[in-house]
Structures are given as structure tokens and as C-alpha cells.
Design a protein around this ligand. Structure first.
Ligand SMILES: NC(=O)c1ccc[n+]([C@@H]2O[C@H](COP(=O)([O-])OP(=O)(O)OC[C@H]3O[C@@H](n4cnc5c(N)ncnc54)[C@H](OP(=O)(O)O)[C@@H]3O)[C@@H](O)[C@H]2O)c1
Length: 355
């Protein structure tokens, strides 16, 4: 008897996409034996490395090696496809779209179009790209709901740390009133290095050398990445309808070593906070550097770690921390959403993991 397959179409095969594929290869047998479905990737779309398409299933290991060692899919790869990304999504016959393309902070595109296309074709969607959540969450969620499809995005804020799932799955009946977080690793790392006495320029260079700050770091430094995360959290947790542009935003570029030293002499630390709040006048969002007492729990969040505190009507304030994330944590956020869909499709709710 032919095995049942759950087909996956990937848009984006960068660090997160390939790390997810490695996790999938590592866990495929367990998934298959628990849920009775073999996960197969039928399409991989990139911007410059080419597109692979085979509805029978691609050779994932080969795709990873070609992307990493040859910088693109080889001309003799039998899956090579010459059409567009939207055509590949359509021809992939996939059950699930993984949207893992580059963030476009000012409009969320073309990821929004990729997701709309997949939902129109009846696919479930998982994304790690916060653009669509920051720019078009309610529209995409409505589309998914109207087609009875799942639209999941745990990795968009704090990687695989359960943020959305924490509220959705473990706080029944609670209404979120406000949140506050340190959610951008580059700025947190730079502020910390400056506290140790390094200049802004040297701290930024160090962050770039370690690979978590972009060559053009302005999206982090000017608070745009944090504003996109704040908008995403407002749209989902506070049920607002904002975009990153509507978030009041101050980055860290104007902060001097003198200011940091003065704060330290007062027993304080400067941190870039993302905040969202529901008030009687509506919903507000802000990203700004704030002086915090050294003993404040948020002051202990160092380097690339992050924290989110959520205030609810019934359960008060709870905090969740992600310590020193790597790409594995992002891959897990995508994998956990994929597993939610697999459980839904197979009707088997138990976890595959052995105790
Ligand atoms: N890395 C993380 O730790 C992390 C954490 C949380 C969320 N995320 C989000 O996850 C997504 C992927 O991150 P990443 O680190 O994997 O990024 P990445 O390494 O830069 O890879 C991005 C991938 O998207 C492809 N791509 C870009 N534009 C495309 C388009 N128009 N059509 C098709 N493919 C396109 C790129 O193609 P080429 O290969 O040809 O360049 C590349 O394969 C981003 O939205 C990011 O913000 C990442």
C-alpha cells in the first residue's frame, strides 16, 4: 500500500529553511511511525539559487548540499524548474506552504502574496517571516479561517519560544492587556558591549562578525525590526490592526557612551523595549530605549537573549525568556507549527516524542 504523504512547498531556503530541513530529516521516521504520514518536500523556491519542483518528493540532502556548497541548485538537478515562485507554489500540490523568505519590513511583500496564493489553493501555511503578520495579519487569518486552513507563525517573534502558543494554548479565558519585551538581539548586544566600555562602532562590528547583525544594520539600530515585532504582537495578542509604521519608534543610534556610563553610575541600564498596550483610547505601540534599574528582571537579559512579559486580565503578568538562541531555535519554531498541522491532518493528537 502506498504511504500517505504530507507535501511541503518551501519559499525561502536560507539559514532558517535549511535548518528546518535538517530537523525534518532527523525526525521524519518518528513522524511517520507516529502519524502515518511521510513528510515530503515537493518544491523549494529561492530568489537567486533557482527553484526545485518534484511532486513525488525532492532529495532534501542534495538540495542542502547544493545550496550550501555550490551556492545554488545545479543545472543537472532533475528537479530544476524554470517557472515563477507563484507557479511553483501552484504546481507543488503541497498540503503546507512554509513561507521563509526574506523580511520586507516596509510592506511584507512578496510573502503576503505567496501566503494568499497558498491559502487560495487550500494549503495550510506556516511562516517565520514577520512581515505578513505585521502588515496583513487579520486579512490572512480571515482567509485561512474561511477556507478552514491553519495559519501559524510561532517563529516570527522569539524563534521557537512559545509566545503565541503560550497565550493560545495555556492561558484559556485570559485577555491580553499589555506586553513588554526585549526582542532585538543586535541592539541588546550593542548596548551591553557599550556598558562594558566598547564604542558603538566596535560593538556593531563585533555583532556583525558574530553573524547576527546585518551588513546594513539600520533595520535593527533604528528600531524597525523591533517595530515589526511589536506590530505583529499587537495584531495577534491584542487583536489590533497596526503596521510597523504606526509604532512610535526610537532606535539606539543616538545613545552615547556618556549616557550609558551615567546610567550605570545611577545603578541603571539602558535597554531597547518593545511595548504594546490596550487602553480606553485604543491600542498603542512603542519601541524606545528605557533606563531600567539594574535589579529589574529585564536588566538581566544579556547579549542575544530576549524576554517578553505579558499582562492579562485573569493571570496578571507572566514572563518568558529565550536564552542565547541559535538557528536551531528558529527551525524548532517552524517545526512545532508543522507538527501542529500534521497532528490536525492525521487526527492523532499525541506527541511523537518518547518520555
Ligand atoms: N535567521 C533567524 O534566526 C530568524 C529568526 C526568526 C525569523 N526569521 C525569519 O525567517 C525568514 C528566513 O530567514 P533566514 O535567516 O533563513 O533568511 P536568509 O538566510 O536570508 O534566507 C532567505 C531565503 O529567502 C529567499 N528569498 C528571498 N526573497 C525571495 C523571493 N522573492 N522569492 C523566493 N525566495 C526568496 C532567499 O533566496 P536566495 O537563497 O536566492 O537568496 C533565501 O533562500 C526571514 O523572514 C526572517 O526574518 C529568521
Amino acid at each position: 500500500m502506498e504511504k500517505k504523504k504530507i507535501r511541503i512547498c518551501m519559499v525561502g531556503f536560507g539559514n532558517a529553511g535549511r535548518a528546518f530541513c535538517r530537523m525534518l530529516l532527523y525526525k521524519s521516521e518518528e513522524l511517520e511511525s507516529t502519524y502515518g504520514y511521510e513528510p515530503v518536500v515537493t518544491a523549494i523556491c529561492t530568489k537567486t539559487k533557482g527553484i526545485l519542483l518534484n511532486t513525488g518528493g525532492l532529495n532534501l540532502q542534495q538540495a542542502i548540499e547544493e545550496a550550501e556548497q555550490r551556492g545554488g541548485f545545479l543545472p543537472d538537478n532533475t528537479g530544476l524548474y524554470q517557472g515563477t515562485v507563484l507557479e511553483a507554489i501552484e504546481r507543488s500540490c503541497a498540503d503546507v506552504l512554509l513561507e521563509l523568505s526574506t523580511l520586507s519590513i516596509f510592506d511584507g511583500q512578496p510573502a503576503i502574496t505567496h501566503i494568499e496564493k497558498a491559502l487560495d489553493l487550500g494549503m495550510h501555511v506556516v511562516t517565520a517571516n514577520k512581515g505578513p503578520i505585521a502588515w496583513a495579519y487579520s486579512r490572512l487569518k480571515e482567509k485561512a479561517d474561511s477556507r478552514n486552513r491553519m495559519f501559524l507563525f510561532e517563529a516570527t517573534v522569539m524563534d521557537g519560544t512559545p509566545v503565541y502558543n503560550l497565550v493560545k494554548e495555556t492561558l484559556p479565558g485570559c485577555r491580553v492587556i499589555a506586553f513588554k519585551g526585549i526582542l532585538n538581539s543586535t541592539t541588546n548586544f550593542i548596548l551591553e558591549e557599550m556598558e562594558k566600555g566598547a564604542s558603538y562602532e566596535a560593538s556593531l562590528k563585533e555583532a556583525q562578525m558574530r553573524g547576527f547583525a546585518e551588513a546594513d544594520p539600520s533595520m535593527d539600530i533604528d528600531g524597525w525590526d523591533a517595530a515589526a515585532k511589536t506590530a505583529a504582537l499587537i495584531n495577534v495578542l491584542l487583536k489590533g490592526e497596526v503596521t510597523p509604521i504606526e509604532i512610535r519608534r526610537t532606535g539606539i543610534s543616538a545613545i552615547t557612551l556618556d549616557e550609558i556610563n551615567r546610567a550605570r553610575s545611577e545603578g541603571k541600564k539602558i535597554k531597547l523595549l518593545c511595548e504594546g498596550r490596550r487602553t480606553t483610547d485604543g491600542i498603542t505601540g512603542i519601541v524606545h530605549p528605557v533606563k531600567l534599574d539594574e535589579k529589574d528582571f529585564f536588566s538581566l537579559i544579556d547579549a542575544t537573549s530576549s524576554i517578553l512579559s505579558i499582562t492579562t486580565d485573569l493571570m496578571g503578568e507572566i514572563c518568558i525568556v529565550e536564552k542565547d538562541p541559535e538557528i536551531q531555535q528558529t527551525a524548532y519554531g517552524i517545526f512545532s507549527d508543522f507538527l501542529t498541522i500534521l497532528k490536525n491532518i492525521s487526527g492523532i493528537r499525541r506527541d511523537y516524542a518518547k518520555q
